[in-house]
Design a protein around this ligand. Structure first.
Ligand SMILES: C[S@@+](CC[C@H](N)C(=O)[O-])C[C@H]1O[C@@H](n2cnc3c(N)ncnc32)[C@H](O)[C@@H]1O
Length: 264
């Protein structure tokens, strides 16, 4: 009889992973959020999720009116703010959501732009895009389009977007400066961007800093606020402002507004 113990599966630390390996792990994590959403994390749940609740509870706590939203939209919501509420989206505008998930922000924006406007969502996780498309169909929205793609290489034309929104996504991209350069490229001159995202308030404990699980949970990939804001400015944005922030242990959820100059 072989008494050798089965070795424990080792998870790689972030510093030993390539950007592509990190993205593949992030995709797997959010495929699960799309297909088997669970409410993480409450006080008894030992995970890295920075804001309690998940899904419906989280959306309500962030001020969303989810009265007529089917469960299939709210159960996979994983934001850390409410960018549509801040963005003063107007009728006929073209809106782009970076990392659109199951579509909650898309549908909120779609109501504001009306039939002559349009809302485009880009997400790299096929299961999320599939779920979001089914949700759009269920809700009867004709002015939304979900595209499978990477926000570091947006499948969107130059200078074609009035407003960019993004909710708890850019911290997950290995190359944040590139993501902001892409956002800048697709915005029309004078266009605006509203981002809710996680930033670091203090140095993370080593085990969290190196953990891929912590990365997928929107913590370990976060930048310090000043570095995050500088990456937005370096992409060419002006009037970069933190409108609001909610702190939670080592991190904060920042609500940030930035503009592409009218005459660039
Ligand atoms: C924390 S969830 C937020 C989803 C949505 N914004 C919401 O508030 O529910 C992060 C989402 O970003 C997507 N994502 C992460 N990195 C991405 C990338 N590089 N390009 C496109 N989508 C990405 C994931 O697939 C996932 O759907």
């Amino acid at each position: 009889m072989n008494k050798t113990k089965k070795p424990k599966p080792q998870t790689k630390t972030i510093n030993k992973m390539t950007a592509e390996e990190i993205k593949e792990t992030v995709k797997k994590g959010y495929a699960e959020v799309a297909t088997s959403p669970k409410s993480c994390c409450d006080a008894s749940c030992d995970c890295y999720e920075p804001f309690t609740g998940g899904g419906e509870t989280l959306a309500t706590s962030l001020g969303y009116n989810i009265e007529n939203m089917p469960k299939s939209v709210t159960e996979s919501f994983a934001g850390c703010g409410n960018p549509v509420a801040l963005s003063n989206i107007k009728e006929n505008e073209i809106v782009l959501d970076l990392g659109s998930g199951a579509g909650l922000d898309m549908f909120m924006a779609a109501k504001k732009v009306g039939n002559k406007g349009k809302v485009i969502g880009v997400d790299m996780t096929p299961e999320m895009v599939k779920k979001a498309r089914e949700n759009a169909e269920k809700l009867g929205f004709k002015n939304v389009e979900f595209r499978l793609g990477d926000i570091e290489n947006l499948p969107v034309d130059d200078e074609s977007i009035d407003v960019i929104i993004s909710n708890c996504v850019i911290n997950l991209t290995p190359d944040k400066p590139k993501t902001f350069r892409e956002a800048y490229r697709v915005l029309k001159p004078g266009g605006r961007m509203f981002v809710s995202d996680i930033v670091l308030e203090e140095e993370l404990p080593k085990e969290v800093k190196e953990s891929i699980e912590g990365y997928v949970a929107c913590v370990s990939g976060a930048l310090e606020e000043q570095k995050y804001l500088q990456a937005i400015k370096d992409a060419g944005f002006e009037d970069v402002t933190v409108i609001d922030k909610t702190k939670s242990r080592y991190i904060a959820s920042d609500k940030i507004r930035a503009f592409k100059p009218k005459n660039k």
